[in-house]
Design a protein around this ligand. Sequence first.
Ligand code: NAP
Length: 313
Amino acid sequence: MTTTALYDMVIVGGGPAGLAAALYGCRARFKTLLVERIGLGGQLLTYEKVDNYPGFPEGVTTSELIELFKAQAVRFGMEHRSVEVTGLELSNSVKVLHTPEGPVRAKAVILATGCTPRKLQVKGEAEFTGRGVSYCAICDGPFYRNQEVAVIGGGDTAVEEAVYLTKFAAHVHIIHRRDTLRAIKILQEEALANPKITVHWNRIVAEILGGPQGVTGLVLQDTTTSALSQLDVSGVFVFVGLLPNTQWIPEDVRRDNLGFLITDDHMATSVAGVFAAGDVRSKSLRQIVTAVGDGATAAFSAGRYVESLAHHG
Ligand code: NAP
């Protein structure tokens, strides 16, 4: 990576939002670079199949969809580096992105850094992460063939992944803190009709139990009576929401009270020349279909911003 190259736009993040932004940036003939740290695909890498992206009436595997997104962006000249961005200098007209391989300079930056899974923050969680506690069913599900596992949470991720885990596990216990699921109805119907799934309503995890071999069970607390009970499982999949990946982004890029980046309708953040797209953005619907829309808008807006710089010298 040279310090001399000045990109029109650098996109941080290789999920659907970043890849769509790259496609739009390249097609508009802006000098565009995409940087990401975990491989193209972002959070899609943690799912097996997508059933709600238009154009695929039978659904599409995430690996196939990522390859298609990538091939389309590459066809129009996407430049891509796999390197972690550790810091940003955004206040000048030339933005500087710091990486272990040296700085990258850009006229505009698109932040499409997505989210990471929230932790439960209960006793045993940190100790048994990687030894029975997981945040990724596609990564770790196959280890639990014919075993009993628990899924924590009641949102789309928890319910969808519980159904996926029934491919391997003998039984899947969904632990949900309320008496109704948050997940959309079609996912609820699928899970509730599955004989390998039991929902434990009004329960929170008080502790994750285990020993030298890893997780052995959960202590559950009834949220209505406070009564404690024990559930024997050898795997715990935690899906209790998302945290935006913004830790290294300067404070002057405004956030909402949950830490998601605030943009206007053009995906512009509070800092000139800095745009945000996808799950990292403060918005109501976090889906692939909304991420790619954000990415396209962000690239279009970033392009206009770059042109305005040229215009004003
Ligand atoms: P989410 O929608 O925020 O749901 C988080 C779930 O975890 C909720 O049921 C919540 O309970 C529960 N929870 C939160 N903190 C908890 C705690 N400390 N202890 C116990 N339970 C706790 O997160 P998500 O399911 O990961 O979904 C994130 C976004 O991705 C959503 O916008 C979702 O629609 C989207 N998504 C879409 C699909 C799809 O379209 N196929 C698939 C996956 C994700 P409450 O319900 O009581 O708040």
